[in-house]
Design a protein around this ligand. Structure first.
Ligand SMILES: [Zn+2]
Ligand SMILES: [Zn+2]
Ligand SMILES: [Zn+2]
Ligand SMILES: [Zn+2]
Length: 209
């Protein structure tokens, strides 16, 4: 299954388009101009990507003292939640409590934090600290700063952009189809198709975005 993509993303605060690397510099200037009034507090800037598929990425920021469960909640909202599966953050083999403060979990640029959603049909992510600043993001403990642009998957049978995923065939490499070819595909009668969505959980379990 091939994909046409640029590795670019969109700033959620101002709409600016930039590559994954340049986005960090953009956000260093942009985030402060989108702060709320109120006294600044320490924030950590975190980047998540799908393990093995770095074209899916998110940059978020969290209050330094925000427990990991808020980061978990945002990841579920943006990328993952299908039916309330379990999830966990880990450093090496050590699982982190969901009450761990974000700044403690993501203590240094060297320590990558692994995250898993659903211990059956697992979606695995890697998170890292990419910045720190003082700012005021209002009452929310975490917010989205930027994410990858939707990847364009060509239909397995023609070159049109795919709209549907066949979960039976996605692992074989040719499981995405335009509407017409989805209808012609051998699993059309099973009523199992899932939508093409901007998420590393596309085509998994019952994820519909
Ligand atoms: Zn921006
Ligand atoms: Zn599920
Ligand atoms: Zn097609
Ligand atoms: Zn199929």
């Amino acid at each position: 299954m091939s994909v046409k993509s640029s590795n670019s993303g969109i700033c959620a605060l101002c709409g600016q388009r930039a590559t994954k690397t340049k986005m960090i510099a953009h956000l260093a200037a942009c985030a402060a101009t989108h702060d709320e009034t109120g006294s600044p507090q320490p924030l950590v800037v975190l980047r998540f990507g799908q393990a093995g598929e770095p074209r899916y990425w998110l940059i978020i920021e969290a209050k330094a003292d925000a427990p990991l469960r808020y980061v978990d909640k945002l990841l579920r909202q943006l990328w993952l939640e299908c039916c309330g599966h379990m999830s966990a953050f880990r450093i090496g083999r050590r699982e982190l409590a969901m009450t761990t403060a974000s700044a403690i979990a993501f203590a240094g640029a060297a320590s990558k934090v692994e995250y898993e959603y659903d211990f059956g049909s697992t979606t695995a992510l890697t998170g890292e600290l990419v910045g720190k600043r003082q700012g005021s993001i209002g009452r929310a403990s975490v917010r989205l700063l930027a994410r990858n642009e939707p990847l364009v998957w060509p239909c397995g049978e023609c070159d049109a952009p795919a709209t549907l995923v066949c979960p039976f065939c996605i692992d074989s490499g040719d499981g995405v189809f335009c509407d017409a070819h989805a209808e012609a595909h051998e699993h059309a009668d099973e009523e199992v198709y899932l939508p093409v969505v901007n998420s590393p959980r596309m085509g998994v379990c019952a994820y519909t975005g």
